[in-house]
Write a protein that binds this ligand. Structure first.
Ligand code: HEM
Length: 290
């Protein structure tokens, strides 16, 4: 639990904005009419973050990291893709998420979660055991981690045919992680500082990997993954070139995982639908410095 931090996002409170370009490979064009997945490059803004709602959580903490990407389309509209450094969400439904949040509430004396309560939650929800046990990596760099958008989305082609997909950003330079002991020697802002330093002399790149569902793969449960051997391909390449000129808009605006565009629809995942409300409420409250 992160406590109250007026003016900050309720989750992923500390982050930084960057800009770059997304260039589609064209491999997705037969499967979706989405404008940014055809052939023309589009400008993007990316916000990397730590998942905690406490903006003072150091980069040395073992938390998930976020990568929120906004594609600025040529018709003046935007579409967002919001991803984390773990492939599964910790709950299948909004109700389970609220129950888990309750189970994790720190004990007022020890200020730590009550492990017996967490074990009881997992015992009562055995299908969540793998998701709750995930250990997010300590990335060497924000640019050396993979980021999963977790939910299934539905691509719609020019003939109206619908196909479920999942997204993952894969770092072009490969994944690289620190051990917990190595991470402990880094500074509180090592991830943001490293990316700023690196961008002074080179850009960083990610591939947008698409996983396609087989007919029986579930689309409603973000705590599950599809088998690794499902068909995958690269829909485009992201090149991040510089910090955003002005960080303020990225502190005051909100990403929204349900902000899709023509050619992409939401799946039947109830957590995905719920997020739209949670993000809007968080944005409203922080806009009023609450
Ligand atoms: C019940 C499910 C979830 C809830 C209630 C929730 C809640 C939130 C809230 C309130 C924010 C701050 C929004 C703002 O003030 O702009 C946020 C940010 C974020 N969430 Fe979630 N979240 C959920 C699931 C997820 C999932 C499944 C992912 C990954 C796919 C995710 C990734 C992120 C990221 C990366 C950010 C930071 C976005 C930014 O940089 O502005 N969240 N979340």
């Amino acid at each position: 639990m992160s406590g109250r931090h007026p003016g900050y996002r309720r989750s992923s409170a500390r982050g930084a904005g960057f800009r770059g370009t997304f260039t589609p490979t064209g491999a997705a064009a037969a499967l979706t009419t989405a404008a940014h997945l055809q052939t023309r490059p589009v400008p993007v803004t990316v916000r990397f973050s730590n998942s905690e709602g406490d903006p003072h959580t150091p980069d040395t903490a073992q938390v998930t990291r976020g990568m929120a990407t906004r594609f600025h389309l040529h018709d003046g509209s935007d579409t967002d893709l919001v991803a984390l450094t773990v492939p599964r969400f910790v709950a299948s439904t909004p109700k389970e998420f609220l129950e888990l949040t309750e189970a994790l509430r720190p004990d007022p004396v020890t200020r730590q979660p009550d492990l017996a309560r967490v074990h009881a939650f997992v015992g009562a929800h055995p299908h969540l055991a793998e998701a709750v046990a995930q250990q997010p990596p300590f990335p060497v760099s924000y640019a050396s981690a993979a980021y999963w958008a977790i939910h299934a989305f539905i691509w719609v082609d020019a003939a109206g045919v619908r196909r479920p997909v999942r997204y993952r950003w894969e770092p072009e330079s490969g994944r690289a992680a620190l051990t917990a002991a190595e991470a402990a020697t880094r500074t509180a802002h090592y991830l943001t500082d490293e990316l700023h330093r690196r961008l002074e002399h080179e850009s960083v790149a990610f591939d947008l990997r698409i996983q396609r569902a087989e007919p029986d793969d579930p689309t409603h449960d973000p705590s599950t993954v599809w088998p690794d051997h499902r068909r995958e391909f690269t829909a485009g390449g992201l090149e991040i070139t510089a910090p955003a000129d002005d960080q303020d808009p990225w502190n005051t605006q909100a990403f929204n995982p349900t902000r899709v565009t023509h050619g992409i629809q939401l799946s039947d995942d109830p957590v995905l639908a719920f997020r739209a409300h949670a993000y809007a409420e968080s944005h409203l409250r922080r806009s009023h410095n609450q």
